[in-house]
Structures are given as structure tokens and as C-alpha cells.
Design a protein around this ligand. Structure first.
Ligand SMILES: [Zn+2]
Ligand SMILES: [Zn+2]
Ligand SMILES: [Zn+2]
Ligand SMILES: [Zn+2]
Length: 337
């Protein structure tokens, strides 16, 4: 079986994978290795050789997607909490062979939650906050489900609870309670909690407005790849320091845009349109300006202006441009072919 001692299942550590034959659990490393072996054992002509078998039940691990789904459903119906949760999350996201249906997701999450499955409360709470067709949002129940999990340290539950208090969803609005829960989530290193907390500081919601603290939380989340934090940090840099941090702001925006953050895509289009209108150094208007190839955040009418701008401070400001998302921008503006 998997030699790695399985860490306790928490919001932070959901890296436990199941084999759908018998539900044997593997760490992510072993699971990926096994999946690779299965993939390479399925040879082109459909015949399979040396198919790895399950270390627990010795069953063949070569299963079509539909058979996998069938097995998963059987496990869920037989009352296995892990399968109920897994099926719930597939219903929620609508991928891996399931149609997206929030009512089904909530149904399976509910069953997993009844069995005390550690990841279930936050997911169920989120469903209840959104509501689904034929059902009202149920804020009171969401709070009831989320609160115990939040108290136990579930950062996802803490963040949803913060949303309940901030929005006054079924409770009197309390930004201070919202901050309390967000801080607990953020301090545990939960990126989305950090991004939300940064937002509260940027806008002085429930706390004294502080750009410095906002920046700190945005940065921590952005460094973890959280796209909203990347976008918000970019905006903050632009508004607080002006043009000097433009290349960094644009890089952050591109990082968010490459993860399909719609506001980031829109902002980038706006920024690029404005930028290429005039030389970043002499401000002259001219057709066909050349772009700084490194940061892609400055335009020049010629090499003289580029040189002068470099000496005037662009040498410090210029940075790597971040991911290329020109195809996304082209798609958004409908200029793709
Ligand atoms: Zn392992
Ligand atoms: Zn098995
Ligand atoms: Zn110029
Ligand atoms: Zn540059």
C-alpha cells in the first residue's frame, strides 16, 4: 500500500486520492505514479499489457471514465463519505463525466457532512449560500454548518462565515466579525482569505484603512497564485505609486488574466490601449511606437527616447512582463481571426 503516512484530511491537506475499485487511498505522489502506469499500459490497439492492479483488492486499474463514474456512484450510494464528497464536487464543478447540478452537489455534500467528513462543511455551506434552482438560499443553515468547522480551524469555512457577517446574510451585518474570521483564515495561509482580508484593509471595511496592510495580504495571496489578489494588488500599485510601478502592475494583471480573471483582462485591454497612444518618455503621439520588449509596459517613438526613459528610472521599474496573454485579449476584443 502507500508507504507515505497519510496526513489528516483538512482544507490544507486534501491531497489524498482514492482508487475507485475498492476505495483504497493513496497519497498524491503514489496516485499520479499509478495513473501514469495505467495510461502507458493501455497500448494503441486497445489490448492492455501489464495493467497495474490495485494493491488492496488486486482489481485491474484500467477503467473507462464511465466505469469509473459508475464505481464512484456505487461507493457513494453504499455510504462511503469520501465518495459522496467526491461525487458532490464533480456535480458542483460539472466536470469529469457529470453534468453541473448544484442541487445534486448539495445532496451528496450533505450526506458526507452527516458522516463528519472533514471537507464537507465548507462545500455544503457554500452551496447553501448560493442556492440552486427550486430552492431558496439558506443562510441560517449555512451558518449552522460552517460555524463548527470554522471553529475547528477550517479556513474555507472561516472565509464563507466572514462573507455571511460582511453581507449580513441572515445575521445582523458585522464587519468586525467578518474581519475576525478572515484574519483566522488568512493567518493560516489560505490565499483566498488573504485576498479578502487585503480588500477589507484597502477599503477600510471593519478595520482602519491601510494600504500597507492591504498590500501585505494581497502579496501573500498573489505569491500563492491567487488570481483576484494578483489583480487587486496590481490596481493598488497603480493607485498608490502612480506610473513608477506600471510594469509590475501590468505583470500582476497579466498573471490574473492568464487565469481567466475577467476584470483583469478588461483592465489590461484598457491599459494597453492607453499606453500605445503616446511615447512613454516624450509623450509624443505617433503611429507605430516600439514597445519595451522586456516589460511590454512602455512605448517609444525611437531609441533615443527609450534610452532617456531607461536612465530616467525605467531601469528600476522595468521587469519581466509575466505570462503572454495577448491571445486572451484578442479573444476578448473580438480581434482574433
Ligand atoms: Zn504514497
Ligand atoms: Zn482496489
Ligand atoms: Zn518619444
Ligand atoms: Zn521595460
Amino acid at each position: 500500500m502507500c508507504a507515505t503516512e497519510m496526513p489528516q484530511l483538512t482544507w490544507r491537506n486534501a491531497e489524498r486520492k482514492r482508487l475507485f475499485c475498492c476505495g483504497a487511498s493513496l497519497c498524491k505522489g503514489c496516485f499520479d505514479e499509478t495513473a501514469q502506469k495505467v495510461a502507458s499500459s493501455a497500448v494503441d490497439d486497445g489490448s492492455a499489457e501489464d495493467v497495474p492492479s490495485c494493491p488492496q483488492c488486486s482489481g485491474s486499474l484500467l477503467m473507462s471514465d464511465s466505469v469509473q463514474m459508475e464505481r464512484l456512484r456505487e461507493h457513494a450510494e453504499a455510504g462511503k463519505a469520501w465518495a459522496q464528497y467526491e461525487l458532490g464536487s464533480r456535480c458542483e464543478s460539472g466536470n469529469q463525466g457529470v453534468t453541473q447540478e448544484l442541487a445534486d452537489a448539495a445532496y451528496w455534500y450533505e450526506l458526507a457532512n452527516d458522516q463528519g467528513y472533514p471537507l464537507a462543511p465548507a462545500s455544503l455551506g457554500a452551496c447553501l449560500l448560493i442556492g440552486w434552482e427550486g430552492t431558496e438560499k439558506d443562510y441560517a443553515r449555512a451558518k449552522k454548518v460552517l460555524l463548527p468547522a470554522a471553529k475547528k480551524g477550517d479556513a474555507r469555512a472561516q472565509r464563507y462565515l466572514a462573507q455571511i457577517f460582511d453581507g449580513g446574510l441572515g445575521v445582523p451585518p458585522s464587519q468586525s466579525d467578518s474581519i475576525l474570521w478572515l484574519e483566522r483564515a488568512a493567518e493560516q495561509g489560505f490565499a483566498q482569505g488573504q485576498a479578502d482580508l487585503g480588500y477589507m484593509f484597502e477599503h477600510g471595511r471593519g478595520v482602519t484603512r491601510s494600504m500597507k496592510t492591504a498590500r501585505k495580504w494581497y502579496k501573500l495571496a498573489a505569491d500563492q497564485g491567487e488570481r483576484n489578489a494578483q489583480f487587486l494588488l496590481g490596481g493598488l500599485l497603480l493607485n498608490t505609486k502612480g506610473e513608477r510601478s506600471l510594469p509590475t502592475a501590468m505583470r500582476l494583471c497579466r498573471m490574473a488574466a492568464s487565469q481567466a480573471h475577467l476584470d483583469a483582462i478588461e483592465t489590461l485591454i484598457q491599459m494597453e490601449t492607453n499606453l500605445k497612444r503616446s511615447c512613454s518618455h516624450c509623450r509624443g503621439f505617433k503611429e507605430g511606437l516600439t514597445r519595451c520588449s522586456r516589460c511590454k509596459a512602455a512605448y517609444y517613438c525611437g531609441s533615443d527616447c527609450q534610452m532617456a526613459h531607461w536612465k530616467a528610472g525605467h531601469a528600476q521599474d522595468c521587469c519581466d512582463s509575466g505570462p503572454d496573454c495577448s491571445h486572451l485579449l484578442a479573444m476578448a476584443t473580438g480581434t482574433s481571426n
